[in-house]
Design a protein around this ligand. Structure first.
Ligand code: SF4
Length: 338
């Protein structure tokens, strides 16, 4: 198979924006807790408990929420790095979760991931050129020379060059290692990239560079991103739409502009109130959430957010709010969303 450098093979055309590239329906992931002499399942950690959303071609969907809300599990379950308990993930009219090994092998070329800690995802004993080419080798793409040419093209695309090919991960800064992580994903010419907290471990000055690189790549290559982060400012910078997760569920989903101007869910409002304002003379009333996130082993009855919600009323303790469209393209799970 002949392989040209990546920037020659991918059209610089934005696909039709309205078309869904990925549909996630009622996705659940329960991790069993084993106990007793026979190591039977005694309970489940409900890391994901019925999450649904779509991602359009060429857009960035941001996923935010506190640690443990299920956003990383969502990204990894979609890619089948961990197996779902139930639900559907439809990519190009095909259910990823029931795909055979052969079908999955094909789909993996299209769906890549960039991890939070690039150092942990790179083998410290392997030169970065080899690491980046690994996916090409596994899929039997190209000759050694063609693979090298593509790796060099991808390295240059992320702001590095051929002189970095033979170096080891420890010889690079955090920002460079993340560029290598992006190159590893990019070399397969994917359509969808799950970016799992890709800038959380970087200095603030480097974060902006990596975010701008991801945006440029999207514009040039028509990529689609699922962008996972706990930092709302980062998500605001890069996303077209944003989903807010709480305790394994999606509680709000809408466009970036709508979410940041009119958050409707009390949890989102609390997260927003904690974002620092650029003007220090302007004060915003901070909503302090009481208590910790409850255990996903035994989530609260009714609305899962009710023990921490300042708007909670009696109904919230026993009636689970439906995730529904309260305004055009603005979905919320709250009895009193406003
Ligand atoms: Fe708060 Fe009730 Fe809305 Fe849940 S349903 S977020 S407890 S007001």
């Amino acid at each position: 198979m002949t392989v040209a450098p990546i920037n020659e093979t991918q059209p610089r055309v934005q696909p039709a924006p309205a078309e869904d590239l990925l549909q996630v329906r009622d996705l659940k992931k329960y991790f069993p807790i084993k106990g007793g002499l026979l190591r039977r399942t005694v309970a489940d950690v409900k890391a994901l408990d019925g999450v649904s959303f779509t991602i359009k071609r060429g857009e960035t969907l941001g996923l935010v929420g506190e640690s443990g809300c299920g956003k990383t599990t969502t990204g990894r379950t979609i890619l089948r790095l961990i197996e779902a308990t139930s639900g559907e993930v439809i990519y190009n009219d095909q259910n990823v979760l029931t795909a055979s090994r052969r079908e999955m092998r094909e789909m993996r070329r299209d769906m890549q991931i960039v991890f939070q800690d690039p150092y942990a995802s790179l083998n410290p004993r392997i030169q970065v050129g080899e690491s980046i080419a690994e996916g090409l080798r596994i899929h039997g793409i190209g000759t050694a020379k063609e693979r090298r040419d593509r790796v060099v093209a991808v390295l240059e695309r992320v702001g590095m060059n051929a002189s970095h090919l033979r170096r080891f991960p420890h010889e690079f800064s955090g920002g460079q290692r993340q560029r290598i992580g992006i190159a590893r994903a990019l070399v397969m010419e994917p359509k969808l990239i799950v970016c799992d907290e890709p800038v959380s471990a970087l200095d603030v000055s480097i974060q902006a560079q990596v975010l701008n690189l991801l945006k440029d790549l999207q514009d040039d290559l028509g990529l689609t991103y699922l962008f996972i982060a706990h930092n709302l400012s980062v998500v605001e910078h890069i996303s077209n739409r944003v989903g807010v997760m709480y305790l394994g569920r999606m509680v709000e989903l809408t466009s970036r502009d709508e979410l940041f101007s009119h958050p409707m869910h009390p949890y989102t409002q609390a997260l927003m109130s904690a974002i620092p304002l650029p003007d220090p003379t302007v004060k915003r009333e901070r909503i302090i959430l009481q208590g910790d996130v409850p255990s996903p082993v035994n989530p609260p009855s009714g609305c899962r957010f009710h023990p921490r919600c300042w708007k909670a009323q009696e109904i919230c303790q026993h009636e689970d709010p439906v995730f529904e469209q309260k305004k055009p393209d603005h979905w919320v799970a709250c009895h009193f969303a406003e």
